[in-house]
Every structure is written in C-alpha cells, then in structure tokens.
Design a protein around this ligand. Structure first.
Ligand code: NAD
Length: 487
C-alpha cells in the first residue's frame, strides 16, 4: 500500500498513529495515512509561530513572497495530473473533474502570487497639525486552515494562497477522508522553497481539529465544512478569541422560469447537482421550476439522470463516480427514506446499487407535497435533486429564501428585468444568472446564515488575513509641553 506523511516544520514525518484510507470505488484499503495527535498539532502550530515571528519569512519582502507563490503555482500546474489521479483514487471524485479543477487550482496560486505586493496600507489626511498618520496592513499570524474531503486542493488553495500573500504562516488540516492529494501537495511546498514552518500540512479527525482550534498561537481559523462542526469551531475559537471565517454548506435554489432556454437550463441543472456526485457546497440541490414547464423540464432531467455513465472514477468516460465514504452513502439513503416518509415522491434513482464501492445513482425527488421534509431543508451533499414548483415570481423568491442556508443560487430566465429583481431579492452569497457553478480566483465566494461568513477568493480574502496597524508620527521639533503646567 502507498504511504503518506505529515509535513511539519519542513520535515516529512509519520503521525502519532496511522489509518488505512479506502478506495471509494472498491471499498478496499489502498494507502496508509498518518493520524495527527494533539501533540503533532502543537508542534506544527509552534513551528508556524516560530516561522511567523523569526527567520527568513518575516524578513522577506512581499514581492519575494509573491515569487515563491509563483513557483508553487508552476509546480502545481506541472503536478496536476499526478495530484488529480491521487484525488480521484482517494475520494472517488471522477478524473474528468479532478483534472480540470486541479489545473485551475494553479491559477489561484498565481492570482495570489500577483497580489502579494499589492496589499497596500493607506495614508490618512488627519485633522491635526504636525502629525502624519498612516495604516499598515500586517499579517494576522498563524492561520489554522481546516478543509472537508471534497476538493481538498481547491479548498485549501483559497486559504493558503491569500494567507501567504498576506504574510501569514499556516497549519493546514486535511480531512481524514481522502487526504492523499493535500499530503502530496506538501512535497510541492517543500520544492518551492518556503522556509520551514511557513506551511505545515497534517491530517487527523476531531481530536486534531480541536487541538488546532483551541491552540493559543492560532490567530485565524479558516474553516470549510458542515454547520455542526462550525459550531464546535466557533466555541473553540472563544478560548483565545481567534478570528474565524466559515465556508459551510447550502441548499441552493436553482430557479427555472417558463421563458428560460430549457435545454440549456437542464444541462446546467444536471452538472449543478450531479457533478462531484453532488458533494459540492454550491450544488443546486433545490429545483424551483415554474409549474407551466415542470413536466417538460423534469422529462429532460430524468432522461439525463438515467442516461448518465456511472463507473470507475479513474475512467475518462465516467460521468458520475462513487461517494467519498460509506458513511455518506448511508446518510443519503436515510435522508431519502425520511423525505419519502414525509410525502416526497421518487422520480428516479433513490436506491444504492448492489456490489462494491460507495456508489449512489443520480436521484430526483418531487417534494411539491412535502414542504418540511428533509429534501427541502437539509443539505444531502450527494446526487439528490429536490423539486418544487411555483406559479409567480413572488412565490419563486419566497421559496428560494425559505432556507436557513444562503450560499449560492441560480436563475434561468430570458427577462432582463426579472433577472435584476431576482438578483436583488435572493438572499445568498452568489447569484448565477443563466449559468451555474462558475468560479474564479478573482471573484469572492461565500455565504450567509448557516452557510457561514467571510469570503474566499479575490482581494477581500487576502485582506481578511491582515490586521490594520494605525501609526501616529509627530512631525514637530517643538518639545511636548508639560501637561501639568497651567498656561
Ligand atoms: P465536516 O464539518 O464533518 O468536516 C470538515 C473538517 O472539519 C474535516 O477536516 C474534519 O476533520 C474537521 N473537524 C471535524 N470535527 C472537528 C472539530 N471538532 N474541530 C475542528 N475540526 C473538526 O465536513 P465534511 O462532512 O467533511 O464536509 C462536508 C461539508 O463541507 C458540507 O456541509 C459542505 O457543504 C461543506 N463544504 C462547504 C464548502 C464551501 O466553500 N462553502 C465547500 C465544500 C464543502
């Protein structure tokens, strides 16, 4: 079996313990992963803190930091096929998707490489004579980056890139499910020549997570994962009043009006919910379709869902692969059973196939008569589309916003004026109009409510890893008068 290691203080090492990682396509163990203890985490945070406060990193100019990030981007680009194959093997995400996504991850590092020496302070026209006042943008310190199993290289890049551009150091905790690509990525960090301790990468479960989020030397916790874990993390952050940014789940509405191009919308909906086997935080998992086109639209979706090529994730012809874990497959089956019991109707799919691997077929549930069923309320994080209808624009908006989440949304219509009204009315961090699931390093990404807070991507993300220092400098040569002498 393959073996992977932690990367702490510039050294590759085994964890305090280890565990077998399962190949989701077969369910069989294929690699041995290190498992970080609280002690491993402590050493990693102390290394990151040392690297932040002394040595080569804090002495480096922002331009030099940018050059290191550029080198990392080149290395990611060159290693993309190997990293994609590892992610596919360890998480079951199909090779078509991992290949495209990891090549694009390099662009995130490139974007933040360019941004490193453009994070500017400011000079203030202060309302006092003989005084110069300016603001310095300084890195916050050690960042704890915690990511879930899906897209670990992408979800860590949107933290590592801006944090390094800002001058921070990091401890990155890969998910204990599918950590291979991120542990392998540590080799590229090493090759790029970052000073020891600037980026530390380990994996482990809740124990490592708790040790990281309660560590007194951690200044910012950047988390992507589920809302329940986020609550633990926010409580843990209270210990040292660390800053948090939270990218959580969603139950994103995908709204189709009767004037939409139905073929185009159907393609977007299919990739919006079945890509990554539905394990995507922005999955368009709630279809809101205007009643007059429901049958026509559902017929298109059903045909596509039933015609999809399900198979080995490493095969380029595969369109839907397995879920990452058996636990996730069981959870989805349970959520479907509870939705059916609450009045939802199965349109297609819904039953896990016999045989090896953690497969689950593309599934569509008609939830029109089940307004409070899990299919309209809970994030499944799997290939399950929940469908409801609406008659009017006002009803579409009310249903779109009838959720505790607020991450993404999609609107399909030919009407420009209606599109603008929907953009204004939808409560979500992202609105895609006549498109879905587009992302870019230039565009911020994040949500409201149970979808979290903070934004990743763009300049805002780099600024989030800085703190403002206000500097007052007196320019008069006159002595400061004694405050206790009456004048
Ligand atoms: P999760 O919350 O169970 O785990 C995420 C990470 O948190 C893992 O690394 C895990 O080990 C760690 N963790 C677990 N307990 C912890 C604790 N007590 N303290 C600190 N860390 C702890 O999430 P998951 O089930 O692995 O991933 C699925 C979730 O991630 C979904 O809700 C999905 O929507 C969300 N997600 C969000 C985005 C986004 O950008 N908004 C992107 C991808 C996934």
């Amino acid at each position: 079996m393959d073996r992977f290691q932690h990367y702490i203080d510039g050294v590759f090492e085994d964890g305090a313990a280890s565990f077998d990682s399962l190949d989701p396509a077969t369910g069989a163990p294929w690699a041995v992963m290190p498992m970080a203890s609280a002690g491993d985490v402590d050493r990693a945070v102390l290394a990151a803190h040392r690297a932040f406060t002394s040595g080569a990193w804090p002495a480096m100019t922002a331009t030099a930091r940018g050059k290191l990030l550029h080198r990392l981007a080149d290395l990611v680009q060159a290693a993309a096929p190997r990293l994609a194959a590892l992610e596919t093997r360890d998480t079951g995400k199909i090779i078509r998707e991992t290949s495209a996504q990891i090549a694009y991850v390099a662009e995130y590092y490139r974007y933040y490489a360019g941004l490193a020496d453009k994070i500017e302070g400011a000079h203030l026209p202060i309302d006092k004579p003989d005084m110069e006042v300016w603001l310095r943008r300084e890195p916050v310190g050690v960042v704890a980056a915690i990511v879930p199993w899906n897209s670990q290289l992408f979800l860590s890049a949107v933290k590592i890139g801006p944090a390094l551009a800002a001058g921070c150091t990091l401890v990155v905790k890969a998910s204990e499910d599918g950590p291979a690509p991120l542990l392998e990525f540590a080799r590229l960090v090493d090759q790029a020549g970052f000073p020891p301790g600037v980026v530390n990468i380990l994996t482990g479960g809740p124990e490592a997570g708790r040790a990281l989020t309660t560590h007194p030397q951690v200044a910012h916790i950047a988390f992507t994962g589920g809302p329940d874990t986020a609550r633990h993390i926010v409580r843990a952050s209270a210990e040292n009043l660390a800053k948090t940014s939270l990218e959580l789940g969603g139950k994103s509405p995908f709204i189709v009006f009767d004037d939409a191009d139905l073929d185009s919308a159907a393609n977007a909906q299919v990739s919006g919910i079945f890509a990554a086997t539905g394990q995507s935080c922005v999955a368009g998992s709630r279809l809101l379709v205007q009643a007059s086109v429901k049958d026509a639209f559902l017929a298109r979706l059903k045909a596509k869902a039933e015609g999809v090529a399900i198979g080995a994730p490493g095969d380029m012809a595969t369109e839907v692969g397995p879920l990452c874990t058996l636990r996730q497959r069981d959870r989805i089956a349970d959520l479907i059973a509870r939705s059916l019991a609450a009045g939802a109707r199965l349109v297609t799919g819904g039953v896990a196939p016999e045989g090896q691997g953690f497969y689950f077929p593309p599934t569509i549930l008609d939830c029109s008569d089940a307004p409070d069923a899990p299919c309209l309320r809970e994030e499944f994080f799997g290939p399950v589309l929940s469908v409801v209808t609406f008659d009017t624009e006002a009803e579409a908006l009310a249903k779109a916003n009838d959720t505790e989440f607020g991450l993404a949304s999609g609107v399909f219509t030919q009407s420009l004026t209606r599109a603008h009204r929907m953009i204004r009315g939808i409560r979500a961090g992202i609105v895609w109009v006549n498109t879905y699931r587009a992302v870019s390093p230039i565009a911020p990404f994040g949500g409201h409510g149970l979808s979290g807070h903070g934004r990743e991507g763009g300049l805002a993300a780099a600024l989030d890893y800085t703190t403002v220092k206000t500097v007052w400098l007196r320019t008069s040569d006159d002595p400061i008068p004694d405050p206790f002498v009456m004048r």
